[in-house]
Design a protein around this ligand. Structure first.
Ligand SMILES: [Mn+2]
Length: 549
């Protein structure tokens, strides 16, 4: 399998700054090591990340909505097309030369008008016994001339399609006169009697003399007068007749208006159409332009997208369709949430404050320089994940890495750090839905499906003022998506504390986990800033205790 497609490096859904910046940073490392890696994102960029990208003049990574295999993933490039007015002879040559089973057919402007297959050609071969109907097939004289390698002794009206029937002049003159009629195309051998001129005088449109036969002067003279074709071919009569049959334009045997697909069609969506139509190949069109073919055989084994996950490892947090993709590597700093792969993978997990810390040091361990703009992004991720080193998840390693990155990026750590956090801290014009879904992660804890969102603010009052509205939205979200609980962490960066809002059941879980009175809609947790270190572990422990009782 040749890997022309890139490896996507992506963070989790509802991406935070670490998920975006570590994807960019790790893709940079892979590229530097010679791999075709492309940074991607599994969702919309938040205000804080936007600030970082703009500050360091970096582009947003490519949006990956899902990893389900699409038509574009199995489309074969198609360089060979035939024109609808080309002959079957040309088609046969093209198919033989390129070993093709089907060929798309275009008009003279290059627009797709049909598709033609080997079986169409075979069908035509068995039908060609009745040669007389060639007139209906709109065969052109010039194609006959080319196909039979004829020398044009007298030229009739070029560009015309043939009108009469194709006849072989054989036997007595009487028989011949009885068989041929006006406008016919007559194939004749090298005869030394009056047959040739007699044929011309029947008002035929084309006389083809086989075996390079002699053409008498009176035939040429009369032919010119009548404005008909007189041709001389090196082939014998039988061969000429067969070659004329191959002059039928492709248009006559192709499938017009073929079933076409678009590059972004999901393979799962086109399977049914393929089964019901049962063709071998289908053209793929993008904006009406032919981009390739998709074969029904390929559908069975599409090449899976290759991805590297950064800043997450749980399926529920990964981009949709991850089960259809091949995960090559995981670079992360979260709990291992039940990873299962079908083959060995590279996994780099460290209990540090930020994925970007791991990514930066991987560069240095491999002697790969980090450009200032990427250093700036990795730094932004560390500031964001550790809330400027205040989060309990922050390690001295994160701090040391951040200091080194700040130097490369040429920014003042404290000054830039506060500006970044401030950019991401206001709720601005966010709707309750957007707040509830901000940096949302799904966790399976015991038998419970729990979603935990987090919003970091300088002034929690702004969010807590609309608490009833948020609780209502959280309740609706649980009902709609089937979650047991929805939690929202409203984290006060300055006070280093979190208001934990909750909706759903069992509410006893909150009281059990945080040893607080959980009869209301939120608990206040001083010193709590980290979801993965201070929210998820106590919830897991509480679920275990509840289950044991
Ligand atoms: Mn992270």
């Amino acid at each position: 399998m040749n890997h022309t497609k890139p490896i996507y490096v992506t963070g989790h859904r509802n991406p935070d700054t670490d998920s975006i910046c570590s994807a960019i940073g790790y893709a940079h490392l892979k590229q530097a090591l010679g791999e075709n890696a492309v940074p991607a994102r599994a969702g919309k960029i938040n205000a804080e990340t936007k600030y970082a990208l703009e500050h360091f003049k970096m582009e947003q990574p490519l949006l990956l909505t899902d990893l389900y295999p699409r038509v574009k993933d199995v489309t074969l490039e198609c360089k060979i097309v035939v024109k609808q007015h080309d002959t079957l002879r040309h088609l046969g040559e093209v198919m033989r030369e390129h070993n093709l089973k089907s060929v798309p057919v275009t008009d003279s402007k290059g627009t797709l008008v049909g598709i033609v297959s080997v079986s169409d050609l075979a069908k035509r071969y068995f039908q060609e016994l009745g040669m007389q109907n060639l007139a209906d097939m709109r065969v052109r004289y010039r194609d006959i001339i080319a196909a039979t390698d004829s020398k044009v002794i007298v030229s009739g009206e070029e560009g015309d399609t043939i009108k009469g029937n194709v006849r072989i002049a054989a036997g007595s003159i009487k028989t011949i006169k009885n068989t041929i009629g006006e406008n016919d195309i007559v194939i004749i051998g090298d005869r030394h009697d009056e047959t040739l001129i007699d044929c011309v005088n029947q008002g035929i449109s084309c006389l083809i003399v086989s075996n390079n036969g002699r053409v008498p002067a009176d035939v040429i003279e009369e032919g010119e007068k009548k404005g008909m074709f007189v041709l001389s071919t090196p082939y014998d009569t039988y061969t000429v007749a067969r070659l004329i049959n191959q002059c039928v334009p492709i248009r006559r045997i192709m499938h017009p208006d073929p079933v076409c697909f678009k590059p972004m069609d999901l393979l799962s969506d086109i399977k049914g159409t393929m089964e019901s139509t049962n063709y071998r190949n289908y053209p793929v069109l993008e904006n009406g332009r032919l981009v390739g073919l998709v074969s029904s055989d390929q559908l069975m084994v599409p090449e899976r997208e290759r991805v590297i996950l950064v800043d997450h490892n749980e399926r529920g947090q990964a981009v949709e369709g991850i089960e259809e993709a091949r995960v090559l590597e995981i670079i992360d700093h979260h709990r291992i949430g039940g990873v299962q792969t079908s083959e060995p993978i590279y996994m780099h997990s460290e209990p540090v404050g930020c994925t970007a810390t791991i990514v930066a040091n991987m560069h240095w361990h491999r002697d790969v320089d980090i450009p200032p703009s990427i250093a700036g992004l990795l730094l932004s991720a560390i500031i964001s994940d550790t809330v400027l080193f205040k989060s309990p998840t922050c390690t001295p390693y994160d701090k040391k890495t951040a200091e080194r990155l700040a130097e490369i990026a040429g920014v003042d750590l404290q000054e830039y750090g506060m500006a970044l956090l401030k950019a991401g801290s206001g709720i601005g014009d966010m709707t309750p839905q957007e707040i509830v879904k901000n940096d949302l992660k799904e966790f399976n804890i015991g038998d419970y499906r729990i979603i935990v969102s987090q919003i970091s603010v300088m002034d929690p009052k702004e969010v807590m003022d609309i608490e009833p509205k948020l609780i209502e939205t959280m309740h609706e979200l649980c009902e709609k998506e089937g979650f047991d609980m929805s939690l929202v962490m409203v984290t006060d960066i300055l006070q280093e504390a979190t208001y934990l809002l909750y909706s759903g059941s069992p509410k006893t879980l909150i009281g059990e986990a945080f040893k607080k009175d959980a009869s209301g809609t939120h608990v206040y947790l001083p010193g709590v800033m980290s979801r993965k270190k201070q929210i998820i572990p106590p919830l897991s422990e509480a679920v275990k205790r509840i289950n044991n009782n």
